[in-house]
Every structure is written in structure tokens, then in C-alpha cells.
Write a protein that binds this ligand. Structure first.
Ligand SMILES: [Zn+2]
Length: 291
């Protein structure tokens, strides 16, 4: 990166967590459906992740990987060489077991001490697996509060990437301190925006896999963002499992999986060839921005 003001920066981020996971009443951690089984599944996550690694390699893209520590451990135990596959990418943290820190669904808000224990354990696990520092954090369900932010600060994280902010309305994709939580921790927020029909849209690609949007809508939005967010960072997010199962955990048909992969590849390939943008990792963008 030469001059940060010359282009729009794009980050491809993955939330690597259990298949179709959801928060459950009465417990802190997330489960895969059917929740009565009390289990998590990672078969779809594994397949999706393998495909995405292949595409990132093909298009020569460095991404930011938010690993749920439990999922990372299970993938490694299952024989996946995550450190090698993740070599070119940023390793960031997506909690220990996808905890519902705020207790919005579980009904059990976690106190600061247990949040600290959880995130600290997750960070240790990831740093042991990958033998690298983790600087970034994305909260499960993208929900943070003052306690989570304070814990991140204490544990030496450099940024959080959980908030969603509307692009354009005075925000051009730049990092900002989490003053609302009385903190100087920097936020690399996820963008939201309006589509051509004025309907709100997020940069999570799940809507494509659930057949609610098409890939060209996301490309249009990047073209818009290029005009209003010069020097800013536009973060895309993907759940690897979502290429293979829907948000209720039902397997997609082979045709749908093929379509999902095609859509994702089409977005990556178009971004790679688009003028006026640069694809980068979130940590690298931040490093350069701080300079
Ligand atoms: Zn997640």
C-alpha cells in the first residue's frame, strides 16, 4: 500500500464457526441444529473452508480469518493443516465457543470476569495452533458491550470488527475508537448500505447463499463505495459453512452448492480486476492507517 487515500480498500473476512450455529436459551455456547442433540457440527465448515482457501489462492488474495477457537481445534484434530493453509492470511479471534456474551438469546449475560476467561482462553488456543499473535476480534452475533471491549483492551487486541455502520452517512469506512464504550480500542466496522431499490443490505454474503441476493448487487455496492469511501476499508464477511448448508442446517442441493461457489468466485474475480480498489488484510490496513 502506498498512499491510503488513493483507493478503496477491501477486506475479505471469514467467520469460521460451527455449521448453522445458533445461540441457545440457558447456555453460553452455540450449537448446530438440531439443538436437542447438544452438539456442534463442522463438516460443512470444513468443506467450505477448503473451497475458500482454494479460491483465495487462485485469485492471490490475503484474507482475515476470524477463528472460533473450538472450531479451529476440531479442524486440526480432524487432520486439516490449518497453520499451513492459513499461512498468508491474518489469524483473528471469533471467541472460544461462540458465546452469547450479552445473553440476548441465552438469557444469561456473562460478567466481565467470565468474558475475560473465555476470550483469553480462545486467544491462547489460537496462538498455540498458529504460533502467531492475534490482533483482531469479531464477537459472536457481532454483539459487543462495554465489558467485551474492556476485556479486548486488557488482552492486548488492537481492534474489534463487530459493529455495523452505514456507509456514506458521515462514515467513509475508516477505523474509529470505541468511545461509546469509553474505550480507545479501534473499531474496523462492517459496512451496511442501501441497494438500488433503497433496501438495507449488509456485506455478509449469506443472502446470496440463501437465494435472496445475487453477486452483482455486491459488486454494485463496491462501485458505489469507491466513490464515497476513498481511503476507507470495506469488509466482506463469509461463513464457510454457508456454501454447503442453509442457516437451519439443511444441506444444499449440489446445484445450489455449485451456484454458491460460482457466486463467490465471481465476486472475488471481479474485485481482483476492479480498478481503484486494493484487497488487503484487516491488520495490514490498520497498520498503514495508524502510520
Ligand atoms: Zn460467528
Amino acid at each position: 500500500m502506498t498512499n491510503i487515500d488513493e483507493s478503496l480498500y477491501i477486506a475479505i473476512s471469514l467467520d469460521i464457526d460451527p455449521d448453522a450455529n445458533s445461540a441457545v436459551k440457558g447456555r453460553h455456547d452455540a450449537l448446530s441444529p438440531p439443538i436437542e442433540h447438544g452438539e456442534i457440527l463442522i463438516a460443512a465448515c470444513k468443506k467450505g473452508l477448503q473451497k475458500i482457501f482454494g479460491l483465495l489462492e487462485k485469485y492471490d488474495i490475503d484474507a482475515t480469518l476470524f477463528y472460533e477457537a473450538r472450531t479451529a481445534q476440531m479442524l486440526v484434530s480432524g487432520g486439516m493443516d490449518l497453520p499451513k493453509l492459513s499461512e498468508r492470511h491474518e489469524i483473528a479471534c471469533h471467541s472460544l465457543k461462540h458465546e452469547d456474551f450479552l445473553g440476548k438469546v441465552s438469557g444469561l449475560p456473562m460478567d466481565e470476569k467470565s468474558i475475560e476467561k473465555t476470550i483469553s482462553e480462545a486467544k491462547d488456543i489460537l496462538e498455540k495452533i498458529f504460533e502467531r499473535d492475534t490482533k483482531g476480534f469479531r464477537a459472536p452475533y457481532t454483539r459487543i458491550n462495554r465489558s467485551v471491549v474492556k476485556v479486548l483492551e486488557r488482552l492486548g487486541f488492537q481492534y474489534d470488527s463487530s459493529e455495523t455502520v452505514t456507509l456514506g452517512n458521515g462514515w467513509a469506512g475508516n477505523p474509529y475508537p470505541l468511545e461509546a464504550f469509553d474505550s480507545g480500542l479501534l473499531e474496523l466496522a462492517l459496512p451496511s448500505f442501501l441497494d438500488a431499490k433503497g433496501k438495507k443490505m449488509s456485506s455478509y454474503l449469506w443472502a446470496i447463499f440463501e437465494d435472496r441476493r445475487i453477486s452483482s448487487e455486491y459488486i454494485d455496492v463496491v462501485l458505489q463505495a469507491r466513490d464515497v469511501a476513498n481511503g476507507g476499508l470495506f469488509i466482506f464477511s463469509i461463513h464457510p459453512w454457508h456454501l454447503y448448508v442453509d442457516c437451519l442446517g439443511n444441506q444444499f442441493s449440489n446445484t445450489q452448492v455449485g451456484k454458491n461457489l460460482e457466486s463467490l468466485e465471481s465476486i472475488l474475480s471481479q474485485l481482483k480486476h476492479m480498478g481503484g480498489i486494493q484487497i488487503t488484510r484487516q491488520d495490514r490496513y490498520l497498520e498503514n492507517w495508524v502510520k
